[in-house]
Design a protein around this ligand. Structure first.
Ligand code: HPA
Ligand code: ZN
Length: 319
């Protein structure tokens, strides 16, 4: 039995497995520049975040209809449930779809169909977090939040993702303030490739309650002290960090040192179709590489529920 856990850092577009990509490409008449799934998988060798993002955005061309987004979310929930996920807070990137002419309503309603029946069908409660692409303009983020207004009953919070370096959090001060006034929860990717000062800025300027990645926090002792004091959760993604070369190998991952420093760490999968494993695979791999004890793994699983926005109603954490 896998440990019950919550997944808090998961891009739904990053769960697009090659098999489903080809199936949707055929259904929608989209030509992929790969002969087959094997050739596509061979392209999953990344030098850094940007080289991954280029492929990640281009493969999204196959996602066009509500049915496609429903199929994507359903496939993720099946895999997540099998790895012990009881609660998932799921990122989506509306601008990556609206830029291709797919309306945000198609994305949210399609995903929503799968999420609505997830608790009953898979025993997984869910929430959606709308992410802004930080390499797009602040105006585009504001327009995206506006376009999302009719769908806010399905959206628990906002996040910030895509190419980090050169796009510091403060660029999005205004849209975070608007989201706050709408009662949305706030997270942001920070300190994945960007410096620890981006983490500080995300806390100070955006008012984030949880930091996605936060991998580089240990470089700034004053920041670590603050994160520990304020119990700010970090959503770490060990296999992602290796694949995108943020760390050289799993045995060099700072997770253990971060836990020892008293940080509230969680383990997540980020883009599991691209990075070699779902969240349970991340627990197994990092546990093995760092020699984590069963108790350490329990702490990480418990942290994932402590860090979740939707406090589990009865049954989410148990059984
Ligand atoms: N980092 C930043 N943006 C992303 C990622 C990531 O790992 N995955 C999808 N968008
Ligand atoms: Zn991410």
């Amino acid at each position: 039995m896998p440990l019950p856990k919550a997944e808090l850092h998961l891009h739904i577009e990053g769960t697009l497995e090659p098999e489903l990509a080809f199936e949707l490409a055929a259904r929608n008449g989209v030509r992929l520049p790969y002969a087959d799934t094997e050739e596509l998988r061979k392209a999953y060798l990344f030098d850094d975040l940007q080289s991954f993002l280029d492929l990640y955005y281009s493969l999204m061309a196959v996602l066009r209809t509500e049915d496609d987004f429903e199929a994507l979310a359903e496939a993720y929930l099946v895999r997540a449930a099998a790895q012990g996920v009881r609660h998932a807070e799921i990122f989506f990137d509306p601008q990556a779809h609206t830029a291709r002419g797919v309306p945000i309503g198609t994305v949210v309603e399609g995903l929503g169909r799968a999420l609505d029946r997830s608790r009953e069908r898979h025993g997984v409660s869910t929430a959606l977090i709308l992410c802004f692409l930080r390499d797009q303009s602040a105006e585009s983020a504001l327009e995206t939040l506006d376009a999302a207004r009719p769908h806010l009953d399905r959206i628990v919070g906002i996040g910030l993702d895509s190419a980090e370096v050169g796009h510091p959090p403060a660029k999005f001060r205004e849209v975070y303030a608007v989201a706050d006034s709408l009662g949305l929860r706030k997270v942001a990717h920070a300190g994945e490739e960007g410096p620890p000062s981006y983490i500080t800025e995300a806390l100070d300027v955006l008012g984030v309650e949880r930091v996605d990645h936060g991998l580089r926090a240990l470089e700034d002792p004053a920041l670590v002290a603050r994160l520990v004091r304020d119990r700010i959760p970090l959503t770490l993604c060990p296999l992602s960090n290796v694949r995108l070369r943020a760390v050289s190998e799993l045995s060099a991952h700072p997770l253990r040192r971060m836990m020892d420093a008293g940080l509230l760490c969680t383990v997540n999968s980020d883009d599991p179709a691209y990075f070699g494993g779902y969240v349970g695979d991340n627990f197994d791999a990092v546990g093995e590489a760092l020699g984590l004890s069963v108790e350490d793994l329990r702490v990480l699983a418990r942290n994932s529920f402590l860090a979740a926005f939707l406090e589990g109603e009865e049954g989410v954490r148990e059984g």
